[in-house]
Design a protein around this ligand. Sequence first.
Ligand code: NAD
Ligand code: UD1
Length: 318
Amino acid sequence: MNHYVVTGGAGFIGSSLVRGLLAGGHKVHVIDDLSTGSLDNLEEVADQVTVHEYDIRDYERIAPVIAGARRVFHLAALPSVPKSILDPVTSHQVNIDGTFNIFRAAAEGKAGRVVYAASSSAYGDTDVLPKKEDMLPRPKSPYALQKLVGEYYASVFAECFGLETVALRFFNVFGPRQDPTSVYSGVLSIFLTCLIERRSPTIYGDGEQSRDFTFVEDVVGLLLKASEAQGVSGKVFNAGNGNRYTLNETWSLLQKIEGVDLPAKYGPPRAGDVRDSQADVSAAVRELGHAPRFTFEDGLRRTLAWYKQARTEATVSR
Ligand code: NAD
Ligand code: UD1
């Protein structure tokens, strides 16, 4: 009972978590089908990690990897709101059936604890900000509902099967290795790429929707704390920064940082889009012992520097 499993470990957040676990001296197994992730994300740590290129919908293959794990971090998912509207069947199968498989494998294989990547999208549009864990969830998209079902399974597995679980509702996470190449990519990865390439981004809607942008290192910090904290099994915590920026403010800030003038284009609003998002982080600070360490601007500068560096390295190696 000593290994750690990260599902989705070749993805954006998962690959940062893998580095955090390796830094703690842990033996790490990754389960990832590489559908949205990539082995490039694990490049310089590849020889320290065992990667199982399995689909979480395939119970027979994943169960032996999870059996006996000390901790399981379940991050594998199809993480896009618009993709879940375009193709609800696949996202349901991965995000709900796949998630059930992880909890089932952990319970049957007597894993020590599962930490589940839930989503702030579960809140939907609330009357009050910031959003607190005891508010009634109002999912607005298949994706938001699927992530909420995973939370409910986490608490039910704790209640009925004696499996330790903790769910973290990530707010909008950004940072190094977030893939900017898809229309479904996280907005900051797209904005930062536009900035570097001196292109105008497209903002969906009026740009006055707001997000609690959270730097990936803070999310990794919370995941690690949630995996060891006592007295938290079956619970749900916000994993956010506590800030709130509109997309218009965000694009203005980025132009200022880079000293450019590139007015955004505007397109129709996206179906299933939450209007405003902001975390109340007090429960996570109190019960998990992690307060946000990175301001939005600090995280943005670090991420911008990372994208620039990655492009320089790609040009040199061509
Ligand atoms: P990502 O797409 O970079 O990572 C997801 C990983 O899961 C990828 O490596 C992908 O290949 C893998 N995967 C997808 N389907 C799979 C399957 N069927 N079997 C095995 N592996 C599969 O996305 P991310 O932003 O790193 O998101 C990680 C987790 O965090 C997801 O569960 C997502 O719902 C959650 N989350 C992310 C955010 C955010 O802002 N990025 C916010 C809230 C919650
Ligand atoms: C994001 C995450 C989701 C997570 C949720 C938690 C991604 C892809 N999605 O969803 O996994 O559960 O946060 O809160 O990481 N937008 C533009 N232009 C673009 C792209 C997006 O204006 O080119 C807008 C969207 O319409 C939306 C906002 O930016 O209003 C954020 O979009 P996106 O980054 O896709 O994230 P969420 O849908 O908030």
